[in-house]
Design a protein around this ligand. Structure first.
Ligand code: F3S
Length: 388
């Protein structure tokens, strides 16, 4: 591949992987089973990124493994309803076409595992998108490093990744213990916990004690927030995640312990939340599951929203939600459900957004950094307060 026998696109991708492997002292390259590519929004790619992708596709780059795509900067059909400028939309569609030409499934979601792309336990994959990395490593037990857009694309094109980091048993062991002394009843609380712990442990592997029966939505919120304030790619929860049984009391002996209580979670929520007057309510970071859309639709069914509500999800979940009538209930109340994008990767400034209200610490973190005032609360509070 490196010698160009499979064409210039493959050689270029292999060059990148060999360079990364050398930096991380990988012994060899290994085959991967799937890839999830990030860096899809034209907002982040710009013209240079777009040209690179088109060039790769024109050079004959084709993926060798099942490859999915992270959210784009807009709903690919309903971008006008979202208020995305036409110039942006044209460039975004060129990005999508380039990925499609490479054989990538244009799923445009950060939750590929909710739409049928679930890796096997122990399988080697190359996923980008920090929330999906945390989920696949921790909840599913697959193995990926914190890949970037370019390295994931290179792995997809070659079907290989350097054997290093979280691909190896020895780097998957817990490094800190987090004792949770708080009742975690909503994904919002898990999101707060993740953000707080991410700040405290950086990129170490935390082992949680005191978390009982979290549902899938709570785990996706936890991982997304852990990977936002920290660089966490892998966590374990005693009695919950699949690799936790490998680490008994002996393995945990001597590790630094961090405690988190209700007061800590209240404080972090206060710290990240700003005053807002007329925010757009944004739910779905990470993208909403079917269960979440069902829950939101129930909360506002037959009511009328006084503020604009947008729920972001994947196309697969949207179709299911439409069939079940959840989309209709949300729209009847005055809300909208968009696919393919989210409140972080869409060009918010150009869309004229100034304030949002959300239940996601990840969304709050990034929106605030873009100068968008962000109010944080549970989805239940937000929706009850603005509907009559
Ligand atoms: Fe997904 Fe966008 Fe949040 S990509 S995790 S919804 S920032």
């Amino acid at each position: 591949m490196l010698d160009g026998e499979y064409g210039p696109a493959v050689a270029k991708s292999m060059e990148l992987l060999v360079a990364v492997g050398k930096i991380f002292e990988a012994e060899r390259l290994i085959p991967i089973e799937s890839a999830h590519v990030s860096g899809v929004s034209y907002k982040n790619l710009g013209d240079a990124g777009l040209e690179f992708l088109e060039e790769q596709a024109d050079m004959g780059a084709r993926v060798r493994v099942n490859t999915t795509l992270n959210p784009a900067g807009m709903d690919l059909d309903l971008w006008m309803d979202l208020g995305v400028p036409e110039g942006f939309a044209v460039k975004q569609m060129r990005v999508i076409k380039a990925f499609k030409n490479m054989g990538i499934e244009t799923t445009c979601t950060c939750t590929p595992y909710l739409v049928g792309h679930v890796p096997r336990f122990g399988s080697q994959i190359a996923w980008a998108e920090s929330s999906a990395i945390a989920y696949s490593n921790s909840v599913i037990g697959a193995r990926t490093n914190r890949e970037s857009g370019p390295t994931t694309l290179a792995s997809a094109i070659t079907g290989r990744a350097p054997l290093c980091g979280y691909r190896l048993d020895e780097n998957r062991a817990p490094q800190k213990i987090v004792v949770v002394n708080a009742k975690l009843r909503t994904p919002f609380k898990y999101s707060a916990l993740g953000y707080l712990v991410g700040e405290k442990v950086g990129s170490a592997v935390p082992y949680f004690k005191g978390i009982f029966h979290p549902d899938l939505d709570s785990l996706k919120a936890l991982g997304a927030a852990l990977a936002t304030s920290g660089g966490i790619a892998l966590y374990h929860i005693g009695g919950v995640t699949p690799e936790a049984p490998r680490f008994g009391e002996e393995a945990l002996k001597g590790l630094e312990k961090i405690s988190v209580d209700e007061k800590d979670l209240r404080e972090i929520s206060r710290r990240l939340s700003s005053e807002v007057k007329d925010p757009i309510i944004c739910l779905g970071c990470p993208h909403c599951s079917l269960k979440e859309l069902k829950h939101y639709s129930k909360l506002i069914r037959g009511r009328h929203l006084r503020q604009r509500l947008i729920a972001f999800t994947s196309r697969g979940v949207y179709e299911e939600a439409k069939k079940e009538g959840y989309v209709k209930d949300i729209e009847y109340a005055g809300g909208r459900v968009f696919r393919d994008t989210c409140m972080v990767v869409a060009p918010l400034k150009e869309m004229g957004w100034k304030e949002i209200s959300t239940n996601s610490f990840k969304a709050a973190h990034y929106a605030s950094s873009m100068g968008i005032s962000t109010h944080l609360d549970t989805a239940e509070h937000i929706l009850r307060e603005v509907s009559a």
